[in-house]
Each structure stands twice: as structure tokens, then as C-alpha cells.
Design a protein around this ligand. Structure first.
Ligand SMILES: Cc1cc2nc3c(=O)[nH]c(=O)nc-3n(C[C@H](O)[C@H](O)[C@H](O)COP(=O)(O)O)c2cc1C
Length: 182
């Protein structure tokens, strides 16, 4: 059995290489809308979404995170070149630290997945990037937050890098042993 939603879920993959091509503003807006349409516990919507379409800002976050990751590398591990793989745009999902809810991380995870699936459904490749958190723990954090107009009372939740991919890979293999019927 399949339909367009199931096909999008089945085809999505983490894209780790992008063309130097901007994403149309209509598509960025449609992707953000899909994020905002996410369900949340008690409908608290404990998030903010910052759409970074300025590649210079994307690159600054990338450099801050990459340098912090490389400064703390376990012995013998190759330094990273980047974290966003040259993607032209990044969706930052911030979580509301004042929300009266135990489910803020789950809610923000759903926003993340809505963004990833909506993007894929429009031919916009993407990858979820937890490593971006390093940028907001680095010495550059304050300057980056100022540039992003980061609202008070919000923490980094997740990042999704988006663009037109120049690499492809198969989605991960599914493991039917991880489900059961009763
Ligand atoms: C919460 C979360 C954090 C992730 N962080 C990163 C990351 O920092 N860098 C990266 O390249 N991929 C990251 N990924 C992508 C996973 O590596 C990827 O989803 C997984 O390997 C399965 O591959 P697929 O998405 O192509 O099916 C993350 C995925 C999730 C769900």
C-alpha cells in the first residue's frame, strides 16, 4: 500500500552534499508552515522556528560548531570539514524553556520531522543536524544569537539543513524486529 505521504516518508534520506542554489522563498515558507502545523502536548506550541536563508549566517554557525567539535575530538578521530554540508538554508527549531510541559523535546522533534518531510515532498533535500548545538555553546554563541534575533527564554532544539542535493543515498534499512502486533 502506498500514497503520496507514505512515499515521502519512505523516500526521505539524510542528504550530505548540496548545490550552490538557493531555495525559493515560497518553498521555505511552506516548509515553515508545515513545522508550525505540528501537534503539541496541550497545544502549547512550545517552539520558535528561525529560517536562516542567508548563507553567510549558515556558514558562521557551521564554522563555530565545527571548530568546537574539532577542539574536543576523541584521539584518532578525523577533524570534521563542516556540519551543514554547504546547505544554503537552515531551519533552527528553538524550544521554550518556560513551557509548562514535560513534552517540549517531543513537540520540537515533531516540528523537526514535519520540516524534513515537507521539504522532501517539495524536492528540497535535507538533513537533521544535532551537531549545530555546538555553535550555541561556543565562544561565538552570543554574537550568533544576536544576529539571529534569538528570543529570550528559548534554547536550541534542533537544526535541519536544506537545499538541492548533489549527493544521494538510500534511506536507512528498516528493521521489522522493532515492531510487533498484538
Ligand atoms: C535527532 C537527530 C540528530 C541528528 N544529527 C545529525 C548530525 O548532527 N549530523 C548528521 O550528519 N546527521 C544527523 N542526523 C541524521 C541521522 O544520522 C540519520 O537520520 C540516520 O543515519 C538515518 O539515515 P536516513 O535519515 O538517511 O534514513 C540526525 C538525525 C536525528 C533524528
Amino acid at each position: 500500500m502506498t500514497n503520496p505521504t507514505l512515499a515521502t516518508i519512505a523516500e526521505r534520506f539524510s542528504c550530505r552534499g548540496y548545490e550552490d542554489k538557493k531555495i525559493e522563498i515560497e518553498k521555505l515558507t511552506a516548509i515553515a508552515r508545515a513545522g508550525l502545523q505540528s501537534p503539541s502536548a496541550k497545544n502549547l506550541q512550545p517552539w520558535r522556528i528561525i529560517v536562516i536563508k542567508d548563507k553567510e549566517v549558515v556558514d558562521k554557525i557551521d564554522a563555530a560548531a565545527t571548530s568546537r567539535i574539532n577542539a574536543n575530538l576523541p584521539a584518532g578521530q578525523e577533524p570534521r570539514k563542516n556540519i551543514f554540508f554547504d546547505a544554503p538554508a537552515v531551519f533552527l527549531i528553538l524550544k521554550d524553556t518556560n513551557a509548562q510541559s514535560n513534552w517540549v523535546d517531543i513537540d520540537c522533534g515533531i516540528v523537526t520531522q514535519n520540516i524534513a518531510l515537507a521539504a522532501h515532498s517539495m524536492g528540497v533535500d535535507n538533513v537533521i543536524v544535532a551537531m549545530a548545538s555546538h555553535a550555541f555553546l561556543s565562544d561565538e554563541a552570543e554574537a550568533l544569537k544576536k544576529r539571529l534575533d534569538w528570543p529570550a527564554g528559548f534554547d536550541f532544539g534542533m537544526a535541519v539543513a536544506c537545499g538541492y542535493g548533489n549527493t544521494k543515498k538510500e534511506p536507512h534499512e528498516i528493521d521489522w524486529d522493532k515492531m510487533s502486533f498484538v
